[in-house]
Design a protein around this ligand. Structure first.
Ligand SMILES: Cc1ncc(COP(=O)(O)O)c(C=O)c1O
Length: 379
């Protein structure tokens, strides 16, 4: 499914009491004051009934948001740590194929190599999506030389604002090599769009707290399939902190082997309640609506769009710097109004701008940003 197929909802009012969005960068994003405040509650012992109840509640809500019946591991570490966990647990003596179409899919490759795995890197043009046919071809070629334990792909390349059809990719992998695991980074898309993990057959779907979930940085989450857990049991060198087998044992008691980030877990609990109060589907629709509005604003103003057509991200839009704006100066002007957007990433620095519309961002926030950009650039 491409995102143009998603129904968008009509423009709605910003919720009463929500402060104006400040950060239009693709993470960290603004955190609601009630969620920030939740972190100031006194500490409790992490082996207490109170903590285990908090953990169990968050686990259930996360499973709903990942659309999975299996499990979600929660780590006191950022998304890159979950990359490492996924690779250490899911890649054994076989190889891993990393599809690289931007900076964060390159991270999958760097982590695979860093963990000492035999990694095959497939480079694809930035600003384009990874397509099922490209995956099928690379996988078939690699299989001629032996088993492939896993493939990695980024659902939403934050560096370019491109989404890849990971459900179709997983189906392509299954049809060629049913035992190959599909490891997906959904760091900057999770909770901003529907990712039905079980239906799509994703073995790992990982994310960070500081993007569309609109939490402070410091937590990461991964939906892990039974197949991935079974594979982990056969893989040596899983380490300790990231060992799925150990995490599973503690998950059964609604806790983690190491001391959890209790304050962040409290914030998570409040934020999950807020997400379900808005409604998960309404939240996804809001993100798609904001993405559509950002794209149409850019086009109306004569600016180009960088993402391959049909694969534009629902959470971050990459706009060509068609008129050669000084992005640092633009951000200096925006800072005066307590707003910030992002420069292009890597080679696109100065050539593109990225506007994130995720988490707590609403229609009125975007219009305020657009008004300020128009005032500074005279477009
Ligand atoms: C798509 C994607 N993957 C991975 C990461 C790394 O996440 P973290 O900084 O939480 O380790 C980022 C960070 O921006 C990202 O956007």
């Amino acid at each position: 499914m491409t995102f143009s197929a998603v129904m968008t909802s009509p423009i709605t009012e910003t919720p009463v009491g929500k402060p104006p969005q400040r950060l239009f960068i693709p993470g960290p994003t603004d955190v609601h004051p009630d969620v920030l405040a939740a972190q100031t509650a006194p500490m409790i012992g992490h082996r207490s009934d109170e903590f285990e109840a908090l953990y169990a509640k968050c686990e259930e809500q996360l499973k709903q948001l990942f659309f999975t019946d299996s499990r979600v591991y929660i780590l006191a570490a950022t998304g890159s740590a979950m990359h490492e966990a996924a690779i250490r647990n899911c890649v054994g003596d076989g190889r891993v194929i990393n599809f690289v179409n931007g900076a964060f899919s390159q991270r999958w490759s760097d982590v695979s190599v860093g963990c000492g795995k035999e990694a095959i890197r497939i480079d694809l043009p930035w600003c384009t999506a990874v397509k099922p046919a490209q995956v099928a071809q690379a996988l078939s070629t690699a299989l001629a030389d032996g088993p492939v334990d896993a493939i990695t792909v980024v659902h939403n390349e934050t560096s370019t604002g491109v989404t890849s059809p990971v459900g179709e990719i997983a189906a392509a992998v299954r049809s060629i090599s049913p035992e190959t695991l599909v490891l997906v980074d959904a760091v900057s898309s999770f909770s901003g769009t529907r990712i039905p993990v079980d239906e799509w057959g994703l073995d790992i779907c990982l994310t960070s707290s500081q993007k569309a979930l609109a939490l402070p940085p410091g937590l990461s989450f991964a939906a892990v399939s039974d197949r991935a857990l079974a594979k982990a049991k056969t893989v040596s060198g899983r380490g300790w902190y990231f060992d799925f087998v150990l995490l599973e044992r503690y998950l059964k008691r609604n806790t983690t082997p190491a001391t959890p980030a209790i304050s962040l877990m409290r914030a998570l609990s409040i934020q999950l309640d807020r997400i379900f109060a808005e409604g998960a589907e309404a939240r996804f629709a809001r993100h798609h609506r904001l993405a559509e509005r950002t794209r149409s604003w850019a086009v109306e103003k004569g600016l180009g769009l960088m993402a391959e057509e049909g694969y534009a991200s629902p959470t971050v839009t990459t706009i060509a710097n068609t008129f050669g704006w000084d992005v640092a100066a633009l951000n200096g002007f925006l800072a005066g109004q307590e707003m910030e957007l992002s420069d292009g990433y890597g080679d696109y620095k100065g050539k593109a701008i990225r506007i994130a519309h995720m988490g707590e961002c609403w229609d009125g926030d975007l219009e305020r940003l657009f008004g300020a950009v128009e005032a500074f650039t005279d477009i």
